[in-house]
Ligand binder design. Structure first.
Ligand SMILES: C[S@@+](CC[C@H](N)C(=O)[O-])C[C@H]1O[C@@H](n2cnc3c(N)ncnc32)[C@H](O)[C@@H]1O
Length: 258
């Protein structure tokens, strides 16, 4: 898994955000080195970023992502035919924009550190209903061949717990295969039984072919399952330190021979 650096404009498109959405208190999780919160701050929008990586490479993350784009470019050029080039003109345009986003992220995390919270799904350090709207891109479903269904269930419930109104997740396809995440229908049924109805919506953004849909969880009125006895976890949640505990981020530019 890479840490990526998508832009505010990409977030608007991926999550079909309208002006009313942007008046709300928003959580971006996992935010990586995306420029969404930085640009949101500049526009007076109340947004917070959370990512497990902020516990470790916090100050140098923007720079690390800039270095990684060199590797990303090589792969993009090799695999140009495998992407939809309507958002970016070409690989160089994408790298240029990601570099700018990573820099904006780096400047903002230094200037407004309180807006960037270290947090690891499926347990986030926020109270219930801390945000109106929660955005989550390119982790759940995207890495569905590495993160199991228990992790997905627990992570979705955790995002729902901290969202007063809605959670939006993009995309719904697995990064390596391009196929829709297999367990999606079952997870949606389970969430509905736990009081979190959902719908799938098409959005005006597609880079990976077929990745042009988001999942919207309606969380208004949902109450998180009560914690069970100490040492046990509530239904639908994963014990801390189990699923997703291994750091999945790979810094290719730091690997020997890279
Ligand atoms: C591909 S990036 C996506 C970043 C951003 N949403 C974007 O679209 O540019 C995936 C991010 O997930 C973070 N991550 C991986 N596992 C996580 C977990 N269990 N909890 C929180 N963040 C996690 C990684 O550190 C990485 O920054």
């Amino acid at each position: 898994m890479l840490v990526s650096a998508r832009s505010f404009a990409e977030y608007r498109a991926m999550f079909a955000l309208d002006d009313r959405d942007l008046e709300q208190r928003i959580l971006d999780c996992p935010a990586g080195a995306a420029g969404f919160v930085a640009e949101a701050g500049r526009r007076g929008i109340d947004a917070v970023a959370a990512d497990r990586q902020y516990a470790e490479h916090r100050e140098e993350l923007g720079l690390l992502v800039e270095r990684e784009t060199v590797f990303k470019r090589e792969r993009l050029v090799k695999e140009t035919a495998g992407y939809v080039w309507s958002w970016y003109a070409d690989a160089d345009d994408m790298i240029r924009r990601w570099t700018a986003n990573a820099r904006a992220f780096g400047a903002d995390i230094a200037a407004r550190p309180e807006r960037y919270v270290a947090g690891s799904l499926p347990e986030l350090p926020f109270a219930d209903d801390s945000f109106d709207l929660v955005l989550s891109s390119h982790l759940l479903f995207s890495y569905g061949n590495r993160l199991d269904e228990d992790f997905h269930r627990a992570a979705l419930l955790e995002l729902a717990r901290v969202a007063r109104r809605e959670v939006r997740i993009f995309p719904l396809v697995v990064y390596d295969t391009g196929a829709r995440y297999e367990g999606l229908a079952v997870l949606r049924e389970e969430l509905a039984r736990l009081g979190v109805p959902s719908r799938v919506e098409r959005v005006a953004y597609e880079f990976q072919p077929g990745a042009d849909e988001m999942l919207v969880l309606s969380t208004a009125g949902h109450r998180a399952p009560a914690p069970t006895a100490p040492g046990r976890t509530a239904p639908g949640r994963t014990a801390p330190g189990t699923a997703g505990a291994v750091d999945p981020v790979r810094w290719r530019h730091r690997e020997p021979g890279a």
